[in-house]
Design a protein around this ligand. Structure first.
Ligand code: SAM
Ligand code: SF4
Length: 360
């Protein structure tokens, strides 16, 4: 593993804290916090309505981490090397007074004095109303999930007939208030919304919005999954490139610690990304950790069990050494392992935690 990542002793600043690396040499840089497991959508690939009826036993608010607990936890992670925090869910904008949490997180600085970047992933339904206050609270960037421009397809996929125009408006408002670059995540399912790949690419070219196409994954909580429903990044890219020629920004692979393979349009129309979690699962430089809304730590989206942090959230010192030890013991490469199993059989092979609890 490449140790050039870390400042050599001669270049270390006063107050330098030894970076925290796992058993495969991967540093801890990226924290995703799920602030709520509930959602106002029922996306067919995440929380299908038949599995998540209105009386589904979501976490009661008393079992969610409080903002003070999240801040304590985030502060410890930042001391260990985290410089990017993403707020997610469920639908994070359903959490009341989220701006207060963002204000607290935006004040964090790394041991060498840099600001921590704060991003949010949302379905966009409440974004137009909240973008300004989120920006004022210190949010840097936003990623909006949007699977179709066609209203009928979008309404079927979000499971609650939510109109696409409102999400598009939310994206415009987010751009206008400066939550840039706005990214749009599209989960592509064969025969469901693959007709929308080129229309979405066309729509967001020359707008500054970065569209990212995500392969439909076998995440927890969705019941049946089959590889036959996956449109590979390669296939999606070929569709786009046939109309709008593309140039790779990273030899067809994600850049260090990134999830998407990035491309730019040859004519200067902007950027588009592809997340190949199924066809090219890659754990090699994964530097992400996730915390569920009830305070469990997951070092991989495809892990089955999390480490309960709540008993440790009263002591910052104890928490930091627990997190350091836990990361140092990490050897996960579930994505690659599960990818090999799913490739071989074409079907899901094991249980994983539900996406809406641990966040995407
Ligand atoms: C779980 S959602 C949480 C945040 C917010 N509710 C949203 O939809 O953006 C985070 C991301 O996970 C993605 N996601 C959910 N289920 C997925 C699946 N089965 N395969 C691939 N991506 C999935 C969503 O598209 C979304 O971009
Ligand atoms: S992808 Fe996001 S919006 Fe859709 S059901 Fe899951 S949590 Fe809700």
């Amino acid at each position: 593993m490449n140790t050039i990542l870390y400042p050599p002793p001669a270049l270390r600043q006063p107050g330098h804290i030894e970076p925290c690396v796992d058993m495969l040499g991967r540093p801890l840089t990226d924290l995703r916090i799920s602030v709520i497991d509930q959602c106002n959508f029922r996306c067919t690939y995440c929380m299908p309505a038949e599995l998540y009826p209105s009386d589904y036993p979501f976490l009661p608010s008393s079992e969610r981490l409080s903002f003070a607990q999240i801040e304590t936890m985030a502060r410890a992670f930042v001391r260990l090397g985290v410089d990017k925090i993403r707020i997610t869910g469920g639908e994070p904008l359903l959490r009341k007074n989220l701006e207060q949490l963002i204000e607290a997180l935006a004040r964090l600085t790394t041991p060498d004095g840099r600001a921590v970047s704060i991003a949010l992933t949302t379905n966009g339904s409440l974004l137009a109303a909240k973008a300004r206050s989120l920006k004022n609270a210190g949010l840097d960037r936003v990623t909006v999930s949007l699977d179709s421009l066609d209203n009928g397809i979008f309404q079927r996929m979000n499971g609650v007939d939510f109109p696409v125009d409102k999400v598009l408006h939310g994206i415009e408002v987010a751009q206008a208030v400066g939550l840039n670059p706005v990214k749009v995540n599209m989960v592509v399912q064969k025969g469901v919304n693959d007709s929308q790949i080129v229309p979405l690419a066309r729509h967001f070219r020359h707008t500054g919005v970065v569209l990212r196409l995500i392969e439909f994954m076998d995440v927890g909580g969705i019941g049946a999954w089959s590889r036959t429903h996956v449109v590979t990044s390669e296939a999606a890219r070929a569709l786009i490139a046939a109309e709008f020629p593309l140039v790779s920004l990273g030899e067809g692979k994600p850049l260090l610690h990134e999830t998407a393979s990035r491309y730019r349009y040859l004519d200067g129309g902007g950027e588009v990304g592809f997340i190949s979690s199924v066809s090219q699962p890659f754990c090699g430089d994964c530097s992400r950790v996730r915390v569920s809304s009830d305070g469990k730590l997951f070092t991989c989206l495809f892990a089955q069990d999390g480490l309960d942090l709540r008993p440790q959230l009263d002591s910052a010192q104890g928490l930091e050494s627990l997190l350091r030890r836990h990361w140092q013991r990490r050897g996960d490469r579930y994505s690659e392992v599960r990818g090999a199993l799913a490739q071989a059989s074409g079907r899901k092979q094991y249980r994983t935690v539900r996406m809406s609890l641990v966040g995407g």
